[in-house]
Design a protein around this ligand. Structure first.
Ligand code: MN
Length: 448
């Protein structure tokens, strides 16, 4: 696949999926505005080559703004992406440690560390400041040393201070708390501008204790090459554009927010851990990558679709082996709403599917189950199934207060939601009453 981000960008440029922007742009709002527009019109990724106040830098945005770009990053056809992703996600290839790499071409240590020299972008109108939004964070379990790779936003607090919003129900957040219990900081590296497989793998919903670099190796079909950091005991992609090394300050918290989040609303200021930056390394002529979130669809939605889709698919298969298709809906942020099509062979299987999916804790709050003659991606067919195969008093399930990962502002308290299940499958008995009316010979009509 692609050795690095630059390899992927060259591929996109060949396909007309990368636009070089020569107009001068500010890191405040103007870059984000371009990404918003590109996201809304299914446009290309954007490489800003003239960033006001940051000569020598280029800023990349919207690299995964559309599902098409994610598919290109994985090198698979868009309609096959979930199947292919699920196969590759389980085909793990461990990373390889190499002595050095391009990310070591420039090193800032000690007093040279200065985050204000990086073109860090302010995105939404009411965001409290500039955020690193698509840095891949690498940390290690303080006991076992097993790596975790994930993406968390970081607010610039000063020349060598960042917030690190990693909540406790995320693996990195858990590691920060485990280190704090020993009154220690957690060493965390943030790699910005890596090959697409690493970013996609960072969103895999694999259990705690699985190093997502192994998943990335499987997705790209070759080991990820890693180099050691300069100031911390963490390994980072050798071909990253920029790496920010740091250590969390035990017990310290800072107000982080408001910030325009994935539900399309602002999240209030939260108390986030603080990272003291100890070194910054980068390539010559570095590319700073930023990503947009906010109203769907943005890259913060497209990137999560397949990791979430894979765990949802596997969960349904435990109950109903014949899963036809699943649609994590775009308006449901690829997190909150799912329509599932199954081949039902026992009565009430749809209800078990609803209970299983709502209890996964990944943020699902609405599950609609339809039969295998309904295409879950067609809103008309789903609506029709609800109109003819669903009765609210016996086929709806409401579960109050389920712990889950969510920033949905309608919830009664943080990281809790109510769940709604709609079993819109027809009963097996008297099946003919629910059969679609079809006219023979429609496929033979040639005159229109
Ligand atoms: Mn993990």
């Amino acid at each position: 696949m692609f050795e690095d981000l630059r390899g992927f960008l060259a591929h996109l440029e060949d396909l007309g999926q990368l636009k070089r922007v020569h107009d001068e742009v500010s890191v405040k709002y103007e870059i984000a505005a371009g990404i918003r527009k590109a996201s809304d019109i299914e446009g290309p990724a954007l490489l800003f080559e003239n960033v006001k106040g940051y000569p020598g830098w280029r800023v990349l945005g919207g690299l995964f703004a559309t599902r098409k770009l994610v598919a290109l990053g994985l090198g698979v056809p868009q309609d096959k992406i979930l199947d292919r992703y699920m196969t590759l996600e389980e085909h793990r290839i461990p990373p390889e440690i190499v002595p050095t790499g391009p990310v070591k071409e420039i090193k800032w240590t000690g007093d040279q560390v200065d985050l204000t020299k990086l073109p860090i972008v302010t995105h939404a109108g009411k965001d409290c400041g500039p955020y690193v939004t698509i840095g891949v964070q690498i940390g290690k379990d303080p006991e076992s040393g097993v790596r975790n790779v994930s993406v968390h936003r970081m607010l610039v607090l000063g020349k060598d201070r960042l917030s690190l919003w990693a909540p406790a129900d995320h693996h990195l957040g858990r590691m920060i708390l485990m280190a704090e219990e020993k009154n220690k900081g957690l060493e965390v590296a943030t790699a910005v501008g890596v090959d697409p497989a690493i970013v996609i793998a960072s969103q895999a919903k694999v259990p705690y204790g699985i190093d997502e670099f192994h998943v990335a190796g499987g997705l790209r079909g070759a080991a990820v090459k890693l180099v050691k950091c300069e100031t911390i005991d963490v390994e980072v992609p050798a071909f990253a554009e920029v790496v920010i090394e740091g250590v969390t300050i035990p017990g310290e918290r800072v107000a982080d927010g408001p910030y325009g989040e994935y539900p399309g609303c602002y999240s209030e200021a939260k108390q986030a851990p603080v990272l003291k930056v100890t070194a910054i390394t980068m390539r010559q002529k570095p590319i700073w990558q930023t990503a947009l979130t906010g109203m769907p669809v943005t890259e913060n939605h497209t990137l999560i679709e397949y990791g979430n889709g894979a765990v949802v698919h596997r969960e349904i298969k435990k109950i109903v082996p014949e899963v036809k298709a699943i649609n994590l809906t775009p308006g449901g942020t690829f997190r909150h709403h799912v329509v599932v099509s199954i081949k039902k062979r026992a009565e009430n299987e749809g209800r078990n599917v609803i209970l299983a999916l709502l209890s996964m804790g990944i943020g699902l709050k609405q599950v609609i189950v339809v039969d295998d003659d309904i295409n879950p991606f067609d809103p008309l067919q789903v609506d029709w199934a609800m109109a003819t195969r669903f009765q609210a008093d016996k086929d709806a399930i409401i579960i109050p207060r389920i712990a889950c990962s969510t920033l949905d502002p309608s919830v009664p308290e943080p990281r809790v939601t109510a769940g709604l299940g709609i079993d819109a499958t027809a009963p097996l008995k008297d099946r003919w009453r629910f059969e679609k009316v079809e006219i023979p010979g429609v496929d033979k009509v040639k005159y229109i």
